[in-house]
Design a protein. Structure first.
Length: 188
C-alpha cells in the first residue's frame, strides 16, 4: 500500500475523516493505493512504559486494537495522521496510537525512518497550529520525510461536513496530497 490515513476523531464520518478522504481521493487520482483507518471504534490504550517492547522487538503486549494498526503503518510507504482539536490539542486516541507506535519503533528498527508522513488538523475555531505541531513531533522524531503545502494542512468546521465549506483548507489538503504523490515518485 502506498498511503495509509488514520483519523484520530472519536466521530465516525466527522470532519477529520472528510479531510483524510479528500487527500486520499487526490492520491488515488495520481494512481496511488490508499487505505483509511478510523479510531472512532477502536480501543487504543495509552503506553504504560512497561518496556516489554524492548524485549519483544516489534510487538506491544497491551491487549487492544493497536498492533493491527501498527502493522498497517509499517506496511505503508506514506502515513497521513489527522486529528480534531480537543481543548487545544490532538485527540487522546491519536496520541495514544502515536506514543505507542513511536516507542515500539524506537525500541526496534525504527520502521518509520525515511517514510513519508504528514499531519493535518481540524477545529471549530482555534488550536489547529498547536495540534499540527504536536503531531509533527512524531514524524520528526521518527526521521520521516514531511512534505509541505501552500499553508499548514489545517481546516475549520464543527458539525460533520462543515469542513467542506473551507475552500482554503481543502486547497491546502489537495496540495499536500499532490506533494505526497510527487515524493512517492521521487523516493522510489
Amino acid at each position: 500500500m502506498d498511503v495509509l490515513a488514520i483519523s484520530g476523531s472519536a466521530r465516525a464520518k466527522g470532519n477529520t475523516q472528510y479531510l483524510l478522504e479528500h487527500a486520499l481521493n487526490v492520491l488515488q487520482q495520481h494512481g496511488r493505493s490508499t487505505e483509511l483507518i478510523t479510531l472512532h471504534n477502536k480501543n487504543i490504550l495509552p503506553c504504560t512504559a512497561c518496556l516489554k517492547c524492548a524485549e519483544e522487538k516489534n510487538n506491544c503486549i497491551l491487549p487492544d486494537d493497536f498492533m493491527p494498526i501498527y502493522e498497517r503503518m509499517v506496511q505503508a510507504r506514506a502515513i497521513l495522521i489527522g486529528s480534531p482539536v480537543y481543548f487545544g490539542s490532538a485527540s487522546p486516541n491519536i496520541m495514544a496510537l502515536l506514543d505507542r507506535a513511536g516507542y515500539l519503533a524506537r525500541m526496534g528498527e525504527n520502521v518509520f525512518y525515511r517514510k513519508i508522513g504528514a499531519p493535518l488538523a481540524v477545529a471549530r475555531r482555534a488550536g489547529v497550529n498547536f495540534t499540527y505541531a504536536q503531531l509533527m513531533f512524531f514524524f520528526s522524531i521518527m526521521g520521516m520525510v514531511v512534505p509541505g503545502s501552500s499553508y499548514w494542512p489545517i481546516a475549520y468546521g464543527h458539525q460533520p461536513g462543515e469542513v467542506a465549506q473551507d475552500d482554503e483548507g481543502l486547497k491546502t489538503i489537495t496540495e499536500l496530497a499532490e506533494n505526497i504523490a510527487w515524493l512517492l515518485d521521487k523516493l522510489t
